[in-house]
Ligand binder design. Structure first.
Ligand code: FAD
Length: 509
């Protein structure tokens, strides 16, 4: 059989591959998406969709629809050693910082089914039952051998994106190391019905070498419990919920009436040595895996997909030289390394057995948390950290300029009740954001490049968000600032564009 050809082969239709596919489709880039499974994932793993992910969906016109399918977490309840410690009110914790000022509970299996349906609505289907078994590349392209029900086939691709999870075949074919370790603790995940009925809140329960999170699953009206298997059962592969029921119920202060589903798993913390090699890229769990504490894993994979998608689109469509693709690794691998280190520290602090963990559980959580949790500033810091809105690429080769506290590489700040910023957050393409009336030379230049200009009305809320009067910001298709200038300066812009060899892209009609 003669090989099929595609500009981009996406291996893996988990959340990372599905979002990459949706973004490439929105940019008008053809691709092939394969997965070895027979359909979308059944196992609901990640439970939290962060605000930054919802902002990325908003650019596709899907933000409100995704948000409506989950439950915004309004309260987090803490228990330590079986006693209630505190309740943090998260209602509007990120007010003014994002159009989605909350963390959303939305299980991964519902999420994946929704993304597959969105692709189908655009006339795109996943090639299920298609497994990558071999991959080679040279300077002209890559050749992927896949196993299908009808036998082996070859797909020739200009670029290959390995979104194929922790055991990535792409990563192995590229001989990229995946250093790190495996936690000794064994986790469980269960969907349960509670005696008290459905609960909308998040419960974090800490104990001596014990941890259990309880979250709501809207679509099934059940609670998801994620925790550590007690040490005495950790080595038993046949452990059931009934074995650990007493420990879980005492730790979390719950009575479980019915168990719909129960599974145990091990957690690793690893980051690949590289996120790209030649024409092949790693994204999502193929590049980084870590403790589920913090609800970051899936969101980080989606962030990878978003970062890679506009760069691939620009290169495939001839709007930028292939050098742009080098910035994918430099922008994303640093965050992945930092995330693996911080989730590791947080996990060890909360669930480890040493003196520091005991201090956290017995001292800091019961005594300090109730004192600080009522401060809005503490809640905002918590939101900014976990929501991923603070991810910035200031050190990237394509970030330039600094105005006030905002610099090239930062995410364009959100300003509530500001139509120009709302329009910027709705848009998937290059654009200008201008504070105050725009310079006529900028308007002419933007018109020539077919880029929209968003004119922000100057007022204190705009300044509070970190923008400066008369400053102009060139914004990338992923909502990060490429170039910040105190005033429009044609020479600075020309030098910036010439340095990178770009022609600006407009989204496909
Ligand atoms: C039990 C558990 C609980 C978790 N809880 C959380 C949480 O609470 N919050 C959070 O953010 N994250 C959590 N995670 C992590 C989260 O599930 C992952 O980060 C997320 O699934 C990564 O998405 P992905 O698309 O990169 O990879 P995956 O979801 O693993 O998808 C990879 C896809 O590639 C396909 N594939 C693999 N090999 C091939 C091949 N050779 N050919 C073709 N297709 C292939 C697979 O079939 C799969 O569909 C959890 C993970 C586990 C295991």
């Amino acid at each position: 059989m003669s090989p099929s050809t595609t500009p981009v082969l996406i291996v893996g239709a988990g959340p990372t591959g599905l979002v990459l596919a949706l973004r490439l489709a929105a940019h008008g880039v053809p691709f092939t998406l394969i997965d070895r499974r027979s359909g979308p994932g059944q196992a609901s793993r990640a439970m939290i969709v962060q605000a930054r992910t919802l902002e990325f969906f908003r650019q596709l016109g899907l933000g409100a629809e995704v948000a409506a399918q989950g439950i915004p977490i309004e309260h987090v309840h803490f228990r330590s050693g079986g006693k209630v410690i505190d309740r943090i009110d998260l209602h509007d914790a990120g007010g003014g910082l994002s159009p989605y000022p909350y963390i959303l509970a939305f299980p991964q299996d519902d999420h994946e089914r929704y993304l597959v349906a969105q692709l189908a609505a655009r006339g795109i289907s996943v090639q299920w039952n298609t497994q990558l078994i071999a991959l080679v590349q040279d300077e002209h392209g890559a050749s992927a051998t896949v196993q299908t029900a009808a036998g082996e086939a070859v797909i020739e691709a200009a670029y290959v994106c390995g979104c194929d999870g922790a055991h990535s075949t792409v990563r192995q074919a590229l001989n990229i190391e995946f250093p790190g370790d495996t936690y000794t603790q064994v986790f469980y995940v269960a969907d349960v019905q509670l005696a008290g009925g459905f609960d909308h809140d998040l419960h974090i329960n800490l104990g001596e070498r014990a941890l259990a999170l309880v979250l709501p699953v809207r679509s099934r009206g059940v609670q998801r419990v994620i925790g550590l298997i007690p040490e005495r059962f950790a080595q038993r592969e046949d452990v059931t919920f009934d074995d650990i029921r007493g420990d879980v119920e005492a730790l979390a202060g719950i009575t479980v009436e019915h168990v719909n589903w129960f599974s145990r798993y091990r957690v690793h913390h690893r980051v690949a040595d590289r996120f790209s090699q030649g024409r092949c890229f790693l994204a999502g769990d193929a590049g980084h895996i870590h403790s589920p504490a913090g609800g970051q894993g899936m969101n980080t994979g989606i962030g990878d997909a978003v970062n890679l998608s506009w760069k691939l689109a620009a290169v495939v469509q001839g709007h930028a030289p292939a050098k742009l693709l080098e910035t994918y690794e430099t922008e994303r691998i640093g965050f992945a390394r930092q995330l693996v280190a911080t989730t590791d520290r947080a996990f060890r602090a909360m669930a480890g057995g040493g003196w520091f963990s005991r201090l956290m559980r017995r001292g800091v959580v019961p005594n300090v948390l109730p004192l600080v949790a009522d401060f809005a500033a503490v809640r905002r810091t918590l939101f900014s950290t976990v929501s991923q809105i603070r991810i910035a690429y200031r050190h990237s080769a394509i970030s330039a300029g600094h105005v006030g506290r905002t610099a090239g590489g930062d995410r364009m700040p959100w300003v509530p009740d500001e139509p120009a910023i709302a329009a910027a957050f709705n848009y998937l393409g290059w654009q200008w954001v201008v504070c105050g009336s725009p310079d006529s030379a900028l308007v002419a230049r933007a018109h020539a490049d077919a880029l929209p200009v968003r004119t922000v009305t100057w007022r204190t809320q705009v300044e509070d968000a970190g923008l400066i009067e008369q400053a102009v910001y060139l914004v990338r298709p992923d909502g990060h600032i490429a170039l910040a200038m105190p005033r429009y300066d044609a020479a600075t812009l020309d030098a910036y564009v010439a340095r990178h060899g770009w022609r600006f892209t407009v989204p496909a009609p």
